[in-house]
Design a protein around this ligand. Structure first.
Ligand code: URP
Ligand code: ZN
Ligand code: ZN
Length: 477
């Protein structure tokens, strides 16, 4: 059965135009004027007055992640369903083997977890230590399993943090394989020392979480990671950037010709550190690393400017939800609060409202940041990240006239808090098509557990983000 979408305004990273779309066999097979049904059972959607975006891709999520003594609250079914309700049709999760565990063993565990996926997905492979077999396992991961990006954590000492020697080896081997290395950039030793001092001084509430992770520790680690990547010519991608020091480090690297990318997330653009002082331990809901930054030091402006200028390339969510009950593991000691929050469902509406409607960037740039660039950087393009003949029929119909409010009462994540609670939003996804099938319509999900496919990726030489997206920055949508 085919799907015909009539009269929508198609928005890609480069263009916007009104046209019809015909999808069949999970692919877009025609784009043009006055397209007609090809079979009696074809479904027709009227998209008049609506935008048609390529499905958004979230390159940074953690479904069912065992972390800090508990497990993130959404799995591949609930988390991806929540994503679909928010216009995200493909995710790249992180496979994180325990320190000392083989990468291939870790991969088996993640394959089991993702069997319930309701839409397409891939993984980045985290390297949490370096042993005799790591280099060869990295090769197998890339060349046989189609996982072409790695991840290192420069923080979380005593758990998944790598030291500089390990970081050096990962960068070196990834460069040989042509893989991207993603980096959680914070100086883990400094964070650990600061945490110990604060706890010893009886400073135990969630408001001390940001004190233990000042922006300087993020800036220094970003600089160090980029230096390590430069030594080997590795393509580096700095995840969840929050502050001006790290944006400046990335800018210096880009200006000296290094191939590197920067990601931020809506929470770092739209929230500030006053959230940590909410009464009744509610500040714990916002505990994530790196932390949300103070409003007055220029961090938010640096991030927005980075997005509009093309210095930052991508917006992920770092969806890693923990319920309040889970957060209470750290009620007497902020260092024990599981780090992370939900966000996969909120991203598109927040970017449209606070990015496009507020004139910070245009819709094409929004599509570049949330779909096309992640697809290009991580080797999913042009199968995903674009509305084009031959691409997967992952599409979002977006009604710009609707007005609403983000809330845990209405989101589809299993998390009982929404860090954007009460945020007004303009526009909403009315219909989300995943691989040619409508899986979200008028507020109702119709997902199929297990229908998601693991997407094998290939090493891309350029991985260049969409140039037109950067060039278009500043135009209004
Ligand atoms: O606090 C966060 N960000 N939790 C998820 C793990 C990570 O560091 O990305
Ligand atoms: Zn991280
Ligand atoms: Zn993360």
């Amino acid at each position: 059965m085919g799907l015909l979408i009539k009269n929508g305004e198609i928005v890609t990273a480069a263009d916007r135009f009104v046209a019809d779309l015909y999808c069949d066999g999970g692919k877009v097979v025609a784009i043009g004027e006055s397209l007609e049904k090809r079979g009696a059972r074809d479904e027709v959607l009227d998209a008049s007055g609506q935008f048609v975006f390529p499905g958004f891709i979230d390159p940074h999520v953690h479904m069912e992640l065992p972390f800090m003594g508990t497990v993130s609250a959404d799995d591949f079914a609930s988390g991806m369903a929540s994503g679909i309700a928010g216009g995200t049709t493909c995710i790249i999760d992180f496979c994180i083997p325990a320190r000392g565990e083989s990468l291939l063993e870790g991969l088996k565990t993640w394959r089991e977890r993702s069997r319930k996926a309701v839409a397409d997905y891939s993984y980045h492979m985290a390297i949490t230590g370096w042993g005799d077999k790591t280099a060869e396992e990295m090769r197998l991961v890339v060349q046989e399993h189609g996982i072409t990006s790695f991840k290192v954590f420069m923080a979380y000492k005593g758990a998944i943090m790598v030291d500089d020697g390990e970081l050096y080896q990962v960068m070196k081997q990834a460069a040989k394989l042509g893989a991207v290395v993603m980096v959680h950039a914070e100086n883990g030793e400094a964070v650990y020392a600061l945490q110990k001092e604060l706890v010893a001084a009886g400073m135990l509430g969630p408001e001390y979480h940001p004190v233990s992770r000042p922006s300087a520790v993020e800036g220094e680690a970003t600089e160090r990671a980029l230096m390590m990547a430069a030594l080997h010519g590795t393509r580096a991608y700095i995840v969840h950037m929050t502050c001006k020091e790290s944006v400046q480090a990335l800018e210096r690297a880009k200006l000296r010709g290094q191939k590197c990318y920067g990601e931020t997330c809506p929470q770092y653009l739209l929230l500030d550190d006053t959230v940590f002082t909410k009464p009744d331990f509610e500040g714990a809901a916002y505990v994530m690393s790196p932390p949300i930054r103070p409003p007055h030091l220029g961090h938010h402006d640096a991030l927005w400017t980075g997005l509009t200028s093309g210095m930052l390339d991508s917006i992920g969510t770092d969806h890693c939800p923990f319920t309040m009950e889970q957060k209470r593991m750290g009620k007497d000691n902020f260092t024990l609060i599981p780090n992370g929050a939900a966000g996969i469902e909120d991203r598109l509406q927040l970017l449209y409202t606070y990015g496009v409607c507020e004139g910070r960037f245009d819709m094409q740039r929004m599509v570049a940041l949330g779909s096309t660039n992640p697809a290009r950087i991580f080797g999913l393009y042009p199968r995903k990240g674009v509305v084009a003949v031959g691409s997967d029929a992952d599409l979002v119909l977006y009604d710009p006239t609707s007005e609403g409010v983000r809330s845990a009462k209405t989101h589809h994540s299993k998390c009982d808090r929404n860090i954007f609670e009460g945020f007004k939003v303009r526009g909403k996804p009315t219909c989300v098509v995943v691989n040619g099938r409508v899986q979200f319509r008028d507020g109702k999900l119709d997902v199929e557990r297990g229908a998601g496919r693991f997407i094998k990726r290939e090493v891309t030489k350029s991985g260049a983000p969409h140039a037109a997206g950067a060039a278009a920055a500043g135009r209004t949508g």
